[in-house]
Design a protein around this ligand. Sequence first.
Ligand SMILES: NC(=O)c1ccc[n+]([C@@H]2O[C@H](COP(=O)([O-])OP(=O)(O)OC[C@H]3O[C@@H](n4cnc5c(N)ncnc54)[C@H](OP(=O)(O)O)[C@@H]3O)[C@@H](O)[C@H]2O)c1
Length: 316
Amino acid sequence: MKFLGSKALFLLTTLVLSSFLFSTATASAADVKKPAFDLKARTVKLNNGVDMPIIGLGTFTLPDREAEFATYTALKAGFRLIDTARAYRNEAAVGRGLKRAIDEGIVKREDVFITTKLWPGDYANAERALDESLKSMGLDYLDLILLHQPDRRNGGDVVAYKAMEKAVKDGKVRAIGLSNIYTPKDFDRVAKAVSIPPAILQNETHPFYQSKEMKPYIEENYGTTLMCWYPLGGRGNTQKLFENETIKKIAKAHDVSSAQVILRWHIQSGQIAIPGASNEDYIKEDYDLWDFELSDAEMAEMKALDKDEPFFRFRF
Ligand SMILES: NC(=O)c1ccc[n+]([C@@H]2O[C@H](COP(=O)([O-])OP(=O)(O)OC[C@H]3O[C@@H](n4cnc5c(N)ncnc54)[C@H](OP(=O)(O)O)[C@@H]3O)[C@@H](O)[C@H]2O)c1
C-alpha cells in the first residue's frame, strides 16, 4: 500500500511536471509570430514590429562607381532596400548613391532600408565598426545590421551580437540579425545566448537550394525572416537557373523573364530577395514583379526544383 502510494505520487508529480513543461514550450512556440509578408505593401513585418521591404538591391562585388550608380538607379526604379557589407568595401559608394537620390527628391531617408554586415575581424570591436559604417555611409542610423558569418571557435559572434543589441538601445540601428548559419543547432547557439531574437537570417537561397530546413525552423521558433543571397544563383551561375525548362516555361506563360519568375517565387514563398545587378535594364526588370502572380501549381513546380545544393561552399 505504502509502495503503491509513493508510486502513484511519483506518477502524479511526473504528469504535472511534464504537462507544465509541455504547456510552457507550447505557449512560447505559440507566442512566436511568423513573419507576415504583404505583397501589396511590398513589405514584411519583422519580429520586432519593423516593416522591411521584401525586394532589395544586392551590391556584392560592385566596385565604387557601379555600387553608387546601382544604388541610385535602384532607388529611382522603386527599390527601397539596399544590401551592402563592410567586407564589400563599397559602403561609402552606397551612401553616395542614396544621398543623390535624396538630394534629387526621389526618396527620403526614412523611406529606404539600409542593410550592412559586420565581418568577423570586426567582432571584437563591433561598436566601433558599426560607427565606422555609419560614418562612411553618411547616416545617423542603419535599418539592419547582420553578423556576416559565425565565429564558433571564439564565440566572437555572441560578443558582437551583444554589441549590436546595445546599438539598438542607443538608436543606431533598427533591426539586427545573422547570416550564413545553416543548422538549427548553430542558430540556437547564438540566439539563445542573446536577448533580442534575430530579425533576419541571410543565407544562400534559390530554386536549387531552398532552405527547406532553416526557413521553417527560424520562423516557427524565433519569428525570424529569411533573406536570400544568391537569389538568382550568383554571378557565373545564373544561366543554370534561367535556362531551366520549368522556369523558362513559367516565364513564357507570364511573358516575363526567368529572373522575374525566380524573384516572384522568392517573395510569394515568404522570403526577401536581394538580386545583385549593376545594369540599368536588369535593375528595372528585377523590381517589375507586381503585375503577375505564380499559381499554386507553378509554385509547386518551383518547389520541386530543389536539389539542396548550394553554389557556394563555405570553409568556416
Ligand atoms: N551574406 C552573404 O554572405 C552574402 C553572400 C553573397 C551575396 N550576398 C548579398 O546578396 C546579393 C545577391 O547576391 P549576388 O549579387 O551575389 O547574386 P545574384 O543576385 O543571385 O546574381 C547576380 C547576377 O545576376 C545578374 N542579374 C541580375 N538581375 C538580372 C536580370 N534581370 N537578368 C539577367 N541577369 C540578372 C547580375 O548581372 P550583372 O553582373 O550584369 O549585374 C549578376 O551577374 C549580393 O549582391 C549581396 O548583397 C550576401
